[in-house]
Design a protein around this ligand. Structure first.
Ligand code: ATP
Ligand code: SF4
Ligand code: MG
Length: 398
């Protein structure tokens, strides 16, 4: 039996113009409290700070970055396990960022999450049948007697023995438990799945199987995916679009080939140098790994200007003074760097300065006015900056 046989109602695709998910200027600042009896707010962890991206129905975006950069928080905001401090989460054109519990309930069917730790996310006291079947009962989707056959169909879809519905999570291996988590996420036929490092707790030999399963499911049910991972190797085969995050911000986003073959941000280039089979062009013909020096700074007090500057080998004065905007530099490619360029071809002068109305040091340039910047929202514009050519190009010119 295929997945399609078991779950007949394929999710209708969202219309071309409205993305399934449209995240705009999303922010999550967690308050930091003082110790003592009166606990005052003494600062904020800027876990997510102005993130923009879209996911279309049936497509998948990979969200990549080091530990603590805000990937899981972004996932939890999109699934509304947390309420954002600011910004919007548009799901099928409707802003769900601030809605209350009652309005959220029907959305829980449409947006599901798969977690990193397959054991921690499954209740050890419940049988697999209960774990997978409960959402069907809560949402009143099927009459009671039809729940068990549906659970068995779902077990079969994820490659488990349908007769094992009466077993407990500890009776399964790590890979099998993740399959149970996937079956549970599929129960309500979601339109969007947020997978937060779904394979990083698994043996390397099992990782590929689980990724293949997710890919099959995505195709069969036309599910949109936000796929969160630590490194660029895992998302490579799954996601046609990749976003790279650093300290609460997206620093580069684009089509897979643009990211893997023509990365423009020094952080993406460093991450790519750790991926064994990446094209040499992407890392400037270098074979050695680009070592990132120093620790990731605290998101409570992030560096001024470009947050990556304390670890960037190309940083100059402007990087401390002016935050580089995420600018569109190709049909589906954006980067946030004053010295954006492929490795070995970073410009000597800040390419952003004329657009931002500042001089090469980042100070206001007399008489200059900042330009209106196309493509800085969550979508891609049909015109973008050709930095080497120092001009704006339009899609119909290329
Ligand atoms: N509930 C919370 N209260 C305060 N700070 C939080 C909370 N949740 C997350 N943070 C902080 O927000 C930042 C981003 O955390 P997040 O879990 O989103 O990172 P991540 O990219 O998923 O990391 P990892 O790869 O380790 O899973 C971290 O500095 C983290 O300590
Ligand atoms: S803006 Fe400056 S510090 Fe930031 S990545 Fe670019 S060169 Fe490095
Ligand atoms: Mg995480």
């Amino acid at each position: 039996m295929t997945a399609t046989d078991a779950l007949p109602a394929e999710t209708p695709a969202t219309g071309d113009s409205t993305p399934l998910l449209d995240v705009r200027d999303l922010k999550m600042y967690f308050p930091v409290k003082s110790s003592g009896v009166i606990r005052r707010t003494v600062g904020h962890v800027q876990a997510v700070d102005g993130v923009n991206f879209q996911v279309r129905a049936g497509e998948s975006l990979g969200l990549v970055g080091e530990s603590g950069c805000g990937k899981s928080t972004t996932g939890r905001l999109v699934t509304r396990l947390e309420k954002p401090t600011d910004g919007s989460v548009m799901f099928e054109g409707r802003d769900i960022s601030q809605i209350g519990a009652r309005e959220l309930k029907p959305l829980r069917r449409e947006i599901q999450m798969i977690f990193q730790d397959p054991y921690g996310s499954l209740n050890p006291r419940h049988t697999v049948g209960t774990i997978i079947g409960t959402p069907l009962a809560i949402h009143d989707i099927l009459p009671r007697k039809q729940i068990l056959p549906r659970v068995q169909e779902l077990l079969e879809i994820v490659g488990l023995n349908p007769e094992h519905y009466n077993r407990y999570p500890h009776e399964f291996s790590g890979g099998q438990r993740q399959r149970i988590g996937i079956a549970r996420a599929l129960t309500l036929q979601p339109k969007l799945l947020v997978a937060d490092e779904p394979v990083s707790a698994l043996d390397v030999s099992i990782q590929a199987q689980v990724i293949n399963l997710l890919q099959d499911i995505q195709r069969e049910f036309n599910i949109g995916f936000l796929f969160i991972a630590h490194d660029l190797a895992v998302v490579r085969h799954f996601c046609p679009e990749i976003a790279v995050m650093y300290l609460g911000k997206i620093v580069e986003i684009g089509e897979r080939d643009r990211i893997y073959e023509h990365a423009n941000h020094p952080y993406t280039q460093a991450l790519l140098s750790a991926v064994p089979d990446v094209g040499q062009a992407a890392i400037g013909g270098r074979r050695e790994r680009i070592q990132l020096t120093g620790d990731v700074p605290s998101p409570i007090n992030p560096p001024s200007g470009c947050r990556f500057r304390t670890r960037c080998q190309f940083a100059q004065e402007i990087c401390a003074k002016v935050e580089p905007p995420l600018l569109q530099i190709g049909a589906r490619h954006k980067v946030a760097c004053h010295f954006a360029g492929e490795l070995g071809h970073h410009p000597a002068e800040p390419v952003t300065a004329p657009l931002l109305g500042v001089d090469r040091h980042g100070d206001p340039a007399p008489g200059a006015t900042p330009e209106e910047l196309p493509g800085t929202d969550s979508s891609y514009s049909d015109s973008w900056y050709d930095f080497p050519g120092r001009r704006i190009v339009r899609a119909d010119e290329v």
